[in-house]
Design a protein around this ligand. Structure first.
Ligand SMILES: *[C@@H]1O[C@H](CO)[C@@H](O)[C@H](O)[C@H]1NC(C)=O
Ligand SMILES: *[C@@H]1O[C@H](CO)[C@@H](O)[C@H](O)[C@H]1NC(C)=O
Ligand SMILES: *[C@@H]1O[C@H](CO)[C@@H](O)[C@H](O)[C@H]1NC(C)=O
Ligand SMILES: *[C@@H]1O[C@H](CO)[C@@H](O)[C@H](O)[C@H]1NC(C)=O
Ligand SMILES: *[C@@H]1O[C@H](CO)[C@@H](O)[C@H](O)[C@H]1NC(C)=O
Ligand SMILES: *[C@@H]1O[C@H](CO)[C@@H](O)[C@H](O)[C@H]1NC(C)=O
Ligand SMILES: *[C@@H]1O[C@H](CO)[C@@H](O)[C@H](O)[C@H]1NC(C)=O
Ligand SMILES: *[C@@H]1O[C@H](CO)[C@@H](O)[C@H](O)[C@H]1NC(C)=O
Ligand SMILES: *[C@@H]1O[C@H](CO)[C@@H](O)[C@H](O)[C@H]1NC(C)=O
Length: 889
């Protein structure tokens, strides 16, 4: 999936001026302009020739006493496989938005909120951190699932010393890459505008699922007096004039940005800054207005001062009332009860500390339900006595529980970094959405360091969640969770498969989350963040549900699942004949299968009716197949045969004259469209063209071969696809294509191509993803491919076999929920000699049984045991088997 580039996006040119208010809720109301794609920060972006690759990668010893070295050494011995995770991978690329689109986030696996160092603003098509940038403008607790989606319910804080600077252009502190430590469990940076490193502010950050913590350590040199900055009166400035001789470090909080309502309240007695932010960047997409949506936050502060008991944390604001400055940028105090009236301004607060402050610790709890809930989330995730390292310890254990499930020998260090960082990326989404219900029988003891809500013990709580579909709060069964951020067009291919394998307990709640959405909105989701965005096409939730059922996931209402997919397949969207349902068309009803009526009676979606029509036809046909598979499992024979027949509709968009899938009009005519760029886009296709979509028939490869004119013709078309450079691993429609050779009797081509793509499209550098990571799908491609497998047809339970990247891989498969008395299984995949030459499979045995066809099953994976590949450096006959009929999916 690719980013949105909006030439017409309204650019916000003015700076954020501070409206710091207190003791009251101040709201700034304005019309909403969420797509500020052009709002980049040039001041913090280095030019091409400044870019130096990181000297210290990851945890190396390159720079004496660098933050990366010191912090790396501190954790090195505890990390095991986690040492190979580098969250910097995917944070850079040749194009400002067509790259991994990842951020070095710190959070628990599948966290509701991920905390990120901020080097620029989070926007649709823009992440809060970019590897090119050289200034930190704060920390962001974010819900933005991917670069091309909007954020919502986020919280921003930043730090400084002396004169308070609020605006994103003013508040930044520059840093060097060697002064940055990036890991899944902690981010740390020494940042300073001074050339003297010892003058830098040292910031350390960690976060869980609904709470984050940032700890700042100030150098002694900064504690002796005013920082001496001055205001440039010639430009609009977001600097507050205050009496610098009295105050030292400060923490700034941005409650909302220009054009959005937001509020802050400063409670001197509780030592809290709380409030909300109404910004929801995707609000124009889809029909759900969610008028009461708010992202609530509660911040708490602790600080240390130099002196006798210097390591004692002092809670709350400084005793003399410092930190409750009530001014906007002209320094005029707002009175209690007065509402801010600046339409164009963001809402800020700040807390100032005495000059002899040495450390400040800030914790923030977030909620989509209420401020009280945000406070509870903070109390149960990070109670008052929590130290930063307590959070770090929990995160190390949590992430190790994910990465330690796969152990490898052989391969290169780069391959290990890509693999384990892939596990990190594929274990983030969908994200936890429900929040723990405050339990009066288990009062939170705010001075108790052990958090009530800990990783691995989540089911001991009961949860409820705010639904953007109903704009209200829903309770879920005790112990159960609900999830959001469904990038279904991406993840139905291989990431869902990985979740079913490695997260059997979560998968049940993931399925229940889909069904909740069905119940609340009338349809299963397509691309749901807080609510439906209608991004991408087709109803691949049908595939998610069918695959889950085929693989034995239970614990949800099967009848309801059937009703949901049946509705997808039989009920067209509202205003079907009136709208083309263009990509990201605003304010549309639920898009689901736009063009379904025509598809149902004429067998395809015509381009003169609906956008992306040929891709729709092909994807609807696959979804029909998924529904047929589900119908069979449920014993609904006539439905199974109806949808099975309809799953052959892919035939109606194949143009025999061009020998390719093509866009087709209502009167039956096919369009011939030029393709100047082999990876260019054509009308009628979703982020692709006739080439990648000519292979979009994973449910019936033999049928596709027949349509094209036989197996040899289809193989020749594949040769052309790769030979002419049409394959595009940076986007999902190509992900399964190299594996098709194995299904057509040329397994060695799959083996070679997959290895080549694994190098071309992936690396362990910041620009290590050829395209957007896509909520785990790119990583899932790599993980399955590294195992020597790929789920070409996800609902078949079959895996096409290639060849493993590592010489040995040991995989801990968790017990299935249905069989949770068991201990799970271990799968050992041996491929002695595997390297970039030895990619060709000469033979394969599975627990001693010789396997002749390049195909294994879900049951083979679950059974575990030993798989042994014999590899050679030249193409082998294995798996070719040209005499037998092609494999029927
Ligand atoms: C980052 O820097 C590289 C090299 O100068 C450049 O090609 C790329 O466009 C930059 N990306 C952004 C988002 O500025
Ligand atoms: C750091 O330096 C930059 C560039 O001179 C400036 O724009 C910014 O305001 C400074 N940051 C602080 C916190 O003083
Ligand atoms: C700043 O604070 C100092 C110390 O309290 C005081 O002497 C001075 O007059 C103040 N300056 C202004 C401009 O208020
Ligand atoms: C600051 O607040 C005062 C009083 O509310 C107001 O008159 C003034 O315009 C505000 N300044 C800015 C820059 O908004
Ligand atoms: C809260 O925890 C602290 C530290 O463990 C303990 O001293 C105190 O008695 C506890 N208070 C309550 C009400 O349980
Ligand atoms: C689809 O076609 C079938 C007959 O083949 C018909 O029974 C059904 O009502 C049609 N559904 C839609 C949505 O047009
Ligand atoms: C179908 O419609 C297109 C566009 O209006 C037209 O160019 C074409 O000739 C038509 N084909 C047939 C068979 O009527
Ligand atoms: C699970 O492992 C434990 C410890 O190795 C063993 O005692 C137990 O029998 C195993 N359970 C099953 C169902 O295999
Ligand atoms: C499998 O292939 C490997 C590599 O060619 C070879 O060494 C081994 O003898 C073969 N094993 C069998 C059982 O054929």
């Amino acid at each position: 999936m690719r980013v949105l580039t909006r030439a017409s996006a309204p650019a916000l040119r003015f700076l954020a001026l501070g409206a710091a208010v207190s003791a009251t809720l101040a709201s700034v109301r304005a019309h909403q302009t969420p797509f500020a794609a052009d709002d980049s920060i040039t001041a913090t972006t280095s030019s091409a020739h400044d870019f130096v690759p990181p000297p210290c990668y990851p945890f190396c010893d390159a720079t004496v006493d660098s933050v990366s070295k010191v912090e790396g050494a501190r954790y090195r011995n505890r990390l095991d496989t986690l040492q190979w995770v580098d969250p910097r991978i995917g944070t850079n690329g040749p194009d400002p938005s067509e790259y991994g689109g990842m951020v070095p986030s710190v959070a628990l696996p599948f966290a509701g909120v991920r905390t990120v160092p901020m080097t620029r603003e989070n926007l649709v098509s823009g992440c809060a951190y970019h590897d090119n940038d050289t200034a930190n403008i704060g920390f962001l607790a974010s819900r933005q699932p991917a670069i091309w989606m909007g954020d919502y319910g986020f919280a921003t804080l930043f730090a400084g010393n002396g004169e308070v600077k609020l605006g994103k252009h003013e508040r930044g502190h520059s840093y060097k890459r060697s002064q940055e430590f990036v890991s899944p469990f902690k981010y740390a940076v020494t940042m300073s505008n001074s050339s003297l490193a010892e003058n830098g502010i040292f910031a350390e950050m960690s976060g869980k699922s609904r709470a984050a913590m940032v700890q700042y350590t100030y150098p002694a040199a900064l504690n002796s007096g005013p920082a001496g900055t001055h205001t440039d009166h010639d430009s609009i400035s977001a600097t507050l004039s205050v009496n610098d001789s009295e105050w030292g470090p400060y923490i700034g909080i941005q409650a909302s940005r220009e054009q959005w309502r937001g509020a802050v309240r400063i409670d001197v007695h509780k030592g809290e800054v709380s409030g909300y932010n109404t910004e929801r960047m995707d609000y124009r997409l889809g029909p759900h207005e969610a008028p009461d949506f708010r992202g609530y936050f509660v911040y708490r502060f602790e600080h240390q001062r130099s002196g006798a008991s210097s390591d004692e944390w002092i809670r709350g604001f400084p005793a003399d009332g410092a930190g409750t400055a009530h001014s906007n940028s002209t320094g005029i105090t707002l009175h209690p009860g007065e509402r801010a009236r600046w339409h164009e301004l963001g809402v800020y607060a700040y807390v100032r500390f005495p000059t002899d402050t040495t450390k400040i610790r800030v914790r923030v709890g977030l909620s989509l339900i209420s401020e009280e809930q945000a406070r509870y989330n903070l109390d149960v995730e990070m109670p008052d006595a929590t130290a930063l390292e307590d959070v770090v310890d929990e995160l190390i254990d949590a992430w190790k529980s994910k990465t330690d499930r796969i152990k490898v020998q052989g391969g290169t260090e780069e391959q290990k970094r890509i693999l384990y960082t892939g596990i990190f990326h594929a274990s983030q989404y969908p994200a936890e959405h429900a929040e723990p219900i405050p339990d009066t029988h288990k009062p939170t003891n705010r001075s108790e360091a052990t958090p009530l809500l800990r990783f691995g013990h989540e089911h001991e709580h009961s949860y409820h969640y705010y639904s953007g579909y109903t704009d209200s709060v829903h309770r879920v069964d005790a112990g159960a969770q609900r999830y959001q951020s469904w990038s279904i067009w991406d993840i139905y291919r291989a990431q869902w498969n990985l979740l079913i394998l490695f997260e059997p307990e979560r998968v049940v709640d993931l399925v229940r989350s889909l069904l909740d959405i069905y119940r609340q909105s009338g349809f299963l989701p397509m691309w749901s963040t807080l609510a439906e965005t209608n991004i991408m096409i087709a109803t691949h939730a049908d595939s998610l549900l069918a695959e889950a059922v085929v693989k034995g996931v239970r614990g949800f209402d099967l009848d309801e699942a059937w009703q949901a997919v049946y509705k997808d397949a039989t009920v067209p969207p509202e205003r079907e004949d009136e709208l083309r349902y263009e990509d990201r068309e605003e304010y549309t009803p639920l898009e689901v299968r736009a063009g379904l009526s025509f598809y149902n009676h004429s067998g395809y979606v015509p381009l003169d009716g609906w956008s992306e029509s040929t891709s729709r036809t092909l994807d609807y046909a696959y979804d029909d197949h998924a529904i047929a598979v589900l119908a069979e499992v449920l014993g609904k024979q006539s439905d199974a045969s109806f949808f099975h027949n309809r799953s052959r509709n892919y035939r109606h968009v194949f143009d025999h004259e061009q020998g390719l899938m093509a866009a087709r009009l209502k009167n039956g005519t096919f369009l011939v469209q030029p393709l100047p760029d082999p990876r260019g886009r054509q009308d009628g296709f979703t982020e692709g063209n006739s080439f990648d979509y000519s292979f979009d028939v994973v449910q019936d490869v033999p049928g596709l071969a027949e349509l094209v004119g036989g197996r040899t013709k289809l193989t020749a078309l594949l040769d052309r696809h790769f030979g002419e450079g049409h394959n595009d691993q940076s986007n999902e429609p190509s992900h399964h294509i190299p594996y098709l050779y194995s299904l057509l009797g040329e397994a060695h081509k799959t083996q070679r191509l997959v290895r080549e793509i694994s190098h071309e499209a992936f690396s362990d550098q910041p620009d290590g993803y050829a395209g957007n990571e896509d909520c785990g799908q790119q990583s899932a491609w790599y993980i399955w491919s590294a195992m020597g497998l790929y789920p070409v047809n996800p609902v078949s339970g079959e895996y096409v076999v290639s060849s493993p990247f590592f010489e040995h891989m040991e995989i801990d498969i968790p017990p299935r929920v249905a069989n949770d008395a068991g201990n799970g299984t271990k799968l050992r995949i041996h491929a002695v000699g595997s390297d970039d030459d030895h990619v060709y499979v000469a033979n394969l045995t599975v627990n001693g049984r010789a396997v002749a066809k390049p195909k294994l099953n879900w049951d083979d994976i679950l059974a575990g045991g030993e798989w042994t590949f014999g590899l050679q450096s030249s193409p082998q006959e294995w798996g070719n088997d040209p005499e037998s009929p092609p494999l029927r999916a």
